[in-house]
Design a protein around this ligand. Sequence first.
Ligand code: DP6
Length: 363
Amino acid sequence: MFVDSLQSKPYINKIVNGKVIWSAPSNIALVKYWGKLPNQIPANPSVSFTLDACRTTTSVTFKKKQNTSDDFSVEVWFEGKLTPSFKPKILTFFERIEAYLPFLKTYHFVITTSNTFPHSSGIASSASGMSALALCLLSIEQQLTNEALTQEDFQNKASFLARLGSGSACRSIEGDLVVWGIHDEIPGSSDLFGLKYPFEVHDNFKNYHDAILLVDKGEKQVSSTVGHKLMHNHPYAENRFQQAHNNLSALISVFKEGDLKKFINIVESEALTLHAMMMTSNPYFILMKPNTLKIINKIWEFRVASGSHLCFTLDAGANVHVLFPDKESEQVYDFIRSELVDFCQNAHYICDTIGFGAKQITQ
Ligand code: DP6
């Protein structure tokens, strides 16, 4: 039972201090997680491509406290600067995971973190950040128990912990396609952790590209956490949750057969539905910007004119993720450079591809 494997084993090793480092990727959802129940349980299943270039690297230095107090002792450094503003989120995370990592109050932690993408890019760093931190903390626990978890148990527990930091973070431990949330047709799928997609994936999806067009680098007006809450009593919630199940079912044969037309239809519909949920919440809000819509229209025109299989998806913000198969990458990048960069803030976009998950960094 997975839940049994969460219980910590006795801490037989007396370790005074140490340091661990992990690098974890971001991910982009194809079927979106939007709406949750208590304890970070998703209201519907989701599936994502794990990214490769967009990553967070986190090191955790730990030192045994002289006196074990009832407080967590944490210092956070972000991109070389002491950043107290990150602390509340990390303390909430520690509170949620302490039951599974009982050593957290017995050490002082210095957490040093940096992203490969610019902080003010509007790219959410919570997925890569929380998964990197969860992996560091689980690695520390492994040293304390001296217990060799199987790779699968380690990844599942890391994903379980990361989920408690940020839901989408549980999909950032492994690659290249990850499902989170119980789905009838996907054996092993769980609300508690992300599962590597277990079925056949056509070569069309190998090395898929994601060019992230940075339309608006500003702080979002409405956080994802608030957005998720607005799905409670949302007039369309139940239909939306059912639609996510149906779209994930449909994607199973799309992934197997490599049907890019159906893939485009599902992925773009998911993106627009996500934003439709925001526009139909109460209070309602719009995270797309005029340039988001201009880019979407340009993509649609280009697809008709060129027969290309590029499509877009959106996360909870104004930036546009342009997804396309590897064999069309030259043509699509030409199009992005000639037609889309003008709609990006400071002509800024990030070239990424599907990746294979988090990595421990040995010093
Ligand atoms: C739109 O994982 O950021 O990106 O669990 O509150 O931290 P919390 O939310 P978060 O929500 C991500 C929402 C999304 C869709 C997705 O990634 O599936």
